[in-house]
Design a protein around this ligand. Structure first.
Ligand code: PDD
Length: 287
């Protein structure tokens, strides 16, 4: 299925055919903007306010003005799902750039460009059941990865390397420390302690990450937001990654090395179940 017909822009809801950007667009020429990907389950947003809060933080960090007040933006996004009559599982993509202007590095004095669109997107149920293989890759990104910036070249290259090797995700590391995935956050479980990299400037503060940390104590896990090494990753009892589209995805192999017994672990399963309950979505049949 392709995109839903209507987009939201700073000028209101329009059909997707009517969005025509000039080639001198800051997102196109500089990656000068920020974005969000937001989950929709059966027509209803999940973690919407959390994503919008992060969007404003990202925009502030690059001195970019969001052309809506927060409440108005949330209301308009809900309106967009209604206008498109979204009933399915889907995802919304939105981005804001520093506008369209003759190419010059410094900021132009023009309004920002905003658009949001919705695309059908099924939950990756079979992978959530079986788990995924991953690779390791150097984290060659800049220091401000908490900004959800349009500049994703290092992420794209790492993801493609993973794909070329038949893996689902590249787990990034810098100076021996695991930071996050190319498009996900990374967690390990060792002796009933859940570890994930602290929400520092060098990782994205994932919305699913926050929900997992809140759910963990009820799943019998102690939480430690502490950096861990590649060795700790490979020796973990359980490993999983999280993102809006991947939810809580068990990792069963890293660089060909099996994690645990090579199947998703019990604590990961408990978190997956808790996550489904919290999001109000259908429970997956786990073996
Ligand atoms: N990516 N880290 C990175 C680098 C990401 O790109 C993402 C999400 C996450 C997880 O964040 P969240 O839980 O808020 O989705 C962590 C989105 C899905 C994307 O770029 O498509």
């Amino acid at each position: 299925m392709s995109l839903y017909d209507y987009l939201l822009t700073q000028d209101g809801i329009i059909t997707k055919e009517s969005l025509l950007y000039p080639f001198e667009e800051r997102g196109l020429q500089f990656g000068d903007g920020v974005y969000e990907v937001i989950r929709i389950y059966q027509g209803t947003f999940d973690l919407l306010e959390e994503h919008i809060e992060r969007l404003y933080r990202s925009a502030d960090a690059i001195r970019l003005e969001v052309p809506f007040a927060k409440d108005a933006l949330i209301a308009s996004l809900v309106q967009l799902t209604e206008k498109n009559d979204v009933q399915t599982d889907a995802k919304l993509y939105l981005q804001i750039t520093r506008g369209s202007a003759p190419r010059e590095h410094s900021f132009p004095d023009v309004p920002s460009n905003f658009y949001a669109y919705i695309e059908p997107s099924e939950r990756p149920v079979s992978l959530l059941q079986k788990g995924v293989r991953t690779i390791l890759a150097d984290d060659i990104r800049w220091d401000l990865c908490y900004i959800k910036s349009l500049n994703l070249l290092p992420n794209i290259l790492a993801k493609q390397t993973a794909k070329d090797k038949g893996a689902f995700e590249a787990i990034l590391h810098k100076d021996g420390i695991v930071t996050e995935g190319s498009s996900s956050n990374v967690f390990i479980i060792k002796d009933d302690i859940l570890f994930t990299h602290p929400a520092a400037a060098n990782i994205l503060h994932g919305c699913v990450r926050s929900r997992v940390l809140a759910l963990a104590p009820n799943a019998g896990l102690q939480v430690k937001e502490a950096a861990f090494t590649i060795d700790q990753l490979l020796q973990a009892d359980e490993v999983f990654i999280t993102s809006t589209t991947s939810e809580i995805m068990p990792v069963i192999e890293i660089e060909g090395k099996q994690i645990g017994d090579g199947t998703p672990g019990d604590k990961t399963r408990a978190l997956q179940r808790a996550y489904e309950k919290e999001s109000g979505i259908q429970a997956t049949a786990f073996a």
